[in-house]
Design a protein around this ligand. Structure first.
Ligand code: SAH
Ligand code: SF4
Length: 492
């Protein structure tokens, strides 16, 4: 059956301001979906997150909008009428992964009448990738970028009614649309964006180009969202920004990050607050002080090193040196001895010599990270480093393998630190590998597995750490906390 819908008229009647306009389109999609359901349309949707925590947060927003549009979440793409991907493009292999997934959905698209496969996220901010999808993947019917995730309902409506492919990617935006629906993966923990984009322009990194200039959210809106999450049963909140330390720099007279973090930590009922990511160039004494005075701020700092060579750091445009980084680590260890330090390291940045690499090794050995995420440099078109002279592949591979070993040794040594102690754990999930076991996190983000009933998921429990496995612990429940804050886990 064809529905008689005057698309032009519907669009003309839509409110101009946001978020009212999007709520209007969510209602229009919902009406359409209800009609289609009469004819057997299942209205199942799925969002597949392929990137970082920002991408996961976008995924929650997309799911929230789809549910409000009348769709029900499924985890099986064979059963989905709408499948959306939130993509990553930080490294080349992320792009490859997307094309593999989309390719495998073709068969599905041919079998399922009216199926919509859509792609958003960082990769869609790259013109060449979008053009490639336009030509090579005709069954991808919806493409939008990082700046108009909020517009999903409007774009979906257009795709459903016109039957045409919808492509809308904006270069940048100053607009932040608040108060849209969101569907959280876990009821007991949530993430809140405090800023979008990045102004740092590290020379290897595509993020400022695909996420745009830094835009901080208003502190009142952030606190309101945190309060709603707590009221909704959240025990833990993660504050998200590409560089949380520069929060507010774009708003004259704004609250600083340490002030914002303190205000969130002081919200009644919040058991834990975390943040990602903190650039070493501007991690302030105030931030350390706020962490000292607020025990519910997670005892974990992710402090991306990228390279231990001052010369490479300069060419990466990181604004710190090997010495200043090590001095900062020392200060953190002195002021906050229980903090776990984790890092990101890039191996094989253009021009990296064996001596530069040895500087990285030295920093790793001295800093004794609890965990380090190591990446092979990936050339990103459009970034300054793409035009620098690249390091031969075999040298990079050899350095990467050596670094991985050193990193594993140093983090394994750290993870016996708390052995034998009884510590508070936020219980997050059932342990998939061991029947009857649960998995949770310590305040320093380290994983603990212990036997226990699944009703404890979403509660804080005291667990004795009985065995260290290098990167995680096994433990035993000590007593049982009475608060019945547990709730179901879903997934996106
Ligand atoms: N804003 C965060 C980083 C986001 S990207 C920060 O500054 O810490 C996450 C990580 O990906 C970076 O820390 C870096 O180690 C890695 N990365 C970014 N661009 C890369 C590239 N071109 N090649 C390899 N790794 C890269
Ligand atoms: Fe990329 Fe540097 Fe910005 Fe992090 S701080 S997102 S690495 S440009």
């Amino acid at each position: 059956m064809d529905y008689i819908i005057d698309f032009k008229e519907i669009v003309e009647q839509a409110p101009a301001e946001e978020p009212a306009r999007q709520y209007y389109f969510m209602d229009r999609v919902r009406e359409l979906v209800e009609m289609k359901k009469q004819e057997g349309y299942a209205a199942h949707c799925m969002v597949e997150v392929m990137g970082c925590q920002m991408s996961a947060k976008d995924g929650e927003k997309l799911l929230g909008i789809l549910e409000r549009c009348g769709y029900t979440v499924t985890e099986d793409d064979r059963d989905a009428d709408v499948v959306l991907f939130t993509t990553c493009t930080v490294r080349e292999n992320a792009n490859m992964k997307l094309y593999g997934r989309v390719g495998r959905l073709k068969h599905q698209y041919e079998r399922r009448d009216g199926m919509i496969i859509g792609i958003t996220g960082c990769m869609m901010q790259e013109k060449d990738e979008v053009e490639g999808i336009r030509k090579r993947y005709p069954y991808v019917r919806l493409v939008f970028g990082t700046h108009n995730v909020y517009k999903l309902a409007e774009l979906l409506y257009q795709t459903l009614v016109t039957g045409k492919r919808t492509f809308e990617v904006l270069e940048d935006t100053k607009l932040i649309v608040e108060e849209l629906p969101s569907d959280r993966r876990y009821r007991f923990k949530g993430a809140v964006n405090i800023s979008y984009g990045c102004n740092n322009f590290c020379t290897y990194c595509i993020v400022p180009y695909v996420r745009g200039r830094e835009k901080s959210r208003n502190a009142t809106a952030i606190l309101r969202e945190c309060e709603q999450l707590i009221a909704d049963g959240c025990l833990e909140i993660t504050l998200l920004g590409q560089n949380v330390n520069s929060y507010g720099n774009d708003i004259p007279g704004s609250t600083s990050f340490p002030e914002l973090l303190a205000a969130v930590a002081e919200l009644p009922g919040l058991r834990r607050v975390r943040y990602m990511t903190s650039n070493p160039k501007d991690l302030s004494d105030e931030l350390i002080e706020v962490m000292k005075t607020h025990p519910n701020i997670e005892r974990h700092i992710h402090l991306p090193l990228q390279s231990g060579s001052s010369a490479i750091l300069k060419r990466m445009n990181r604004h710190y040196t090997k010495e200043s980084y090590l001095a900062l680590v020392e200060k953190i260890r002195r002021e906050l001895p229980e903090v776990a330090l984790t890092t990101d390291i890039i191996v094989g940045f253009p021009g990296e010599t064996e001596a530069d690499f040895q500087d990285t090794v030295e920093v790793v050995q001295q800093a004794q990270f609890d965990a380090a995420y190591t990446f092979i440099y990936s050339k990103r078109t459009g970034t300054p480093a793409a035009s620098y002279e690249q390091v031969p592949e075999e040298d990079v591979k050899d350095r990467f393998d050596r670094l991985l070993k050193i990193v594993q040794e140093s983090s394994a040594a750290n993870e016996t630190r708390d052995l034998g102690k009884t510590m508070e754990v936020l219980v997050e999930d059932e342990n998939k590998n061991q029947e009857g076991y649960l998995t949770g996190r310590l305040s320093n983000s380290v994983l603990v597995h212990f036997p226990g009933p699944k009703e404890l998921i979403g509660t804080m429990q005291m667990v004795k750490l009985t065995e260290s496995k290098g990167f995680y612990y096994f433990g035993e429940l000590v007593g049982r906390q009475s608060e019945a804050q547990y709730c179901e886990t879903g997934s996106i």
